[in-house]
Design a protein around this ligand. Structure first.
Ligand code: SF4
Length: 242
């Protein structure tokens, strides 16, 4: 998962809450384009999912998949991970950022799972969040992905897209999550996280969002600004101030 957003400098704040009809139109379009969005992290079961999500903090899903393709061949259970140990684990994840801390946490979490939970991942938020290296965001991704509890983990993509689409105007990830929960209709809650992440990853990218190819452009209050900025950039002019 991409890293958490920094202070939202430069992001325009739209009024909140957004118009329900606009929210409806946006998510109807997302659903039409991708009815069953899934995480791009590869996993086999709750344990490999928790591990992959924990490893993905401040790293791309592609880099994590590359590492876990090999890692899960030798350690796909807490017992095997514990047997592998920190030094044994490091070579598998050394290409991922913060790998030493992550190795420590993965082994500590495996130990707790083996000693306290019989090697089974507890799918309860409190217990999950208490595992080393598993914070609120990781627990949200896991519980949402496994269909246990709808959650919208707010990473840098979700944060940016929510602001640009005028779905939230909150200054922190937790507050954005709370606002999204209030405005996204329940039928879309489990999938909203994926749609917003994928949209931010491939279309509404941080620099030069691809508004001309955006499937929800007609309901986006930021569209004109970014189209004008792109046109100004092409002509070598300074973009207009917001
Ligand atoms: S129109 Fe542009 S700014 Fe708005 S959501 Fe689409 S890509 Fe992002």
């Amino acid at each position: 998962m991409a890293k958490s957003p920094a202070t939202p400098k430069g992001l325009k704040r739209f009024k909140y809450p957004p118009e329900p009809a606009r929210v409806e139109a946006i998510f109807t379009r997302f659903e039409a384009m991708e009815p069953e969005p899934r995480t791009e992290l590869k996993f086999r079961d709750p344990y490999t999912l928790v591990t992959a999500v924990a490893l993905s903090a401040q790293a791309t899903d592609v880099s994590v998949n590359k590492a876990t393709d090999r890692l899960f061949e030798v350690a796909d259970t807490p017992q095997k991970m514990l047997a592998l140990g920190e030094e044994g684990l490091i070579p598998y994840i050394a290409s991922i950022g913060l790998f030493r801390t992550k190795a420590k946490n993965v082994i500590a979490a495996a130990r707790i799972l083996v000693e306290q939970y019989g090697g089974v991942v507890p799918l309860e938020r409190d217990k999950l969040q208490a595992l080393p290296g598993v914070g609120r965001k990781t627990a949200s991704v896991v519980l949402n992905e496994l269909g246990v509890e709808p959650a919208i983990a707010v990473d840098t993509h979700v944060f940016r897209v929510s602001h640009r689409l005028g779905l939230s105007n909150a200054p922190t990830p937790d507050k954005v999550e709370a606002q999204l929960f209030k405005v996204v209709p329940p039928k879309w809650l489990t999938r909203a996280h994926h749609w917003l992440i994928l949209h931010g990853r491939y279309t509404c990218v941080a620099q030069r969002p691809r508004c001309e190819n955006c499937v929800v452009a007609e309901w986006c209050p930021s569209r004109e600004f970014y189209l004008q900025a792109a046109a100004a950039a092409r002509e070598g002019k300074k973009p207009a101030k917001r």
